[in-house]
Design a protein around this ligand. Structure first.
Ligand code: C2E
Ligand code: MG
Ligand code: MG
Ligand code: MG
Length: 281
């Protein structure tokens, strides 16, 4: 009797929720399932190109989720939802393992950049778990770059600093993602050890509205702190020319390639290498 009473209450509660909230609750549930099973979860890979020699130095792994009921859900939607209910932790390590395994099959000159949620970073055992994934996949730590957004630096500074130092001591590289898009203080550049600075793509799409000045400023800060700068979101040859003239070393964007499956990426890298050999011959 108690059980059916409970069921009735749940139904009343459920129908009182708006359609939008019902969808959220259902998506939270589905994300828990996905974190356990990996169902519908895939990765796409987007190259990051060295502007000096045109080589692909790394590929960024970008999560995709297709659910039987919801269809494809964008990462900007499902990552924050997974962060809300904690399923990002299992999901994040699953994605990290998928990314490391995929990149093992690529030339060893290619690293993989993986986005790490601040929820993952806040876990006390995050360094151990990352090491365990590296060991299980067989990827050299030097081929892993972890991307953290600026928001991480608003968190417990001592913990974040210790995690970043421990990762870097093991050879893993650390990138600050979406630089300039948040509200955080520039002081963290001095306080936190990192290797790469990725300028947010909003600046490249507004080069004439102050974006160019911000990229130039980011470049000089990157130089001062010994960071490598990556310009995100390069879509046209004109944008590429302008960031190259500013002195940017690495770039990523639709101009080079869209995010693509591991198999398509391997073909793309192959075709690119063949074309270069053709040019030299
Ligand atoms: P992000 O890490 O800044 O990733 C770059 C985003 O910019 C990707 O969107 C990529 O497809 C898009 N992009 C790349 N080049 C261009 C371009 O030339 N023009 C335009 N308009 N867009 C471009 P995506 O794949 O939708 O990912 C969105 C965000 O979701 C990522 O931003 C990242 O914050 C998050 N995300 C994706 N995968 C993961 C993951 O595995 N774990 C975590 N924690 N977050 C992830
Ligand atoms: Mg990223
Ligand atoms: Mg980014
Ligand atoms: Mg982003």
């Amino acid at each position: 009797a108690a059980k059916s009473e409970h069921g009735d209450q749940a139904r009343v509660y459920w129908s009182a929720l708006g359609a939008e909230s019902q969808r959220r609750v259902a998506m939270h549930q589905a994300l828990r399932g996905c974190a356990d099973s990996g169902d519908g979860l895939t990765l796409m890979f987007q190259p990051i190109v060295d502007l000096e020699d045109g080589r692909v130095r790394a590929v960024e792994a970008l999560a995709r989720w297709r659910h039987s009921e919801f269809g494809p859900v964008a990462p900007d939607v499902f990552i924050p939802l997974a962060e809300e209910n904690g399923s990002i932790i299992a999901l994040g390590y699953r994605l990290l393992e998928m990314a490391c395994r995929s990149v093992c099959g690529l030339p060893s000159s290619v690293s993989v950049a993986v986005n790490l949620s601040m929820v993952q970073l806040l876990q006390h055992d995050c360094v151990d778990r990352i090491e365990a994934v590296l060991a299980a996949s067989g990827l050299a730590p030097q081929r892993l770059e972890l991307e953290l957004t600026e928001s991480v630096f608003a968190l417990d500074g001592a913990h974040v600093g210790a995690v970043l130092s421990a990762l870097r001591a093991r050879g893993v590289r650390v990138a600050i993602d979406d630089f300039g898009s948040g509200y955080s203080s520039l002081a963290y550049l001095r306080r936190f050890p990192a290797d790469v600075l990725k300028v947010d793509r909003s600046f490249i799409s507004a080069l004439d509205q102050g974006g160019e000045a911000i990229i130039a400023a980011a470049l000089s800060m990157a130089r001062a702190f010994g960071l490598e700068l990556v310009v995100e979101g390069v879509e046209t040859s004109e944008q590429l020319e302008r960031v190259r003239r500013l002195g940017a070393r690495r770039a990523q964007g639709y101009y080079f390639a869209r995010p693509q499956s591991a198999a398509a990426l391997a073909d793309w890298l192959h075709a690119r290498a063949a074309a270069r050999i053709g040019l030299q011959a």
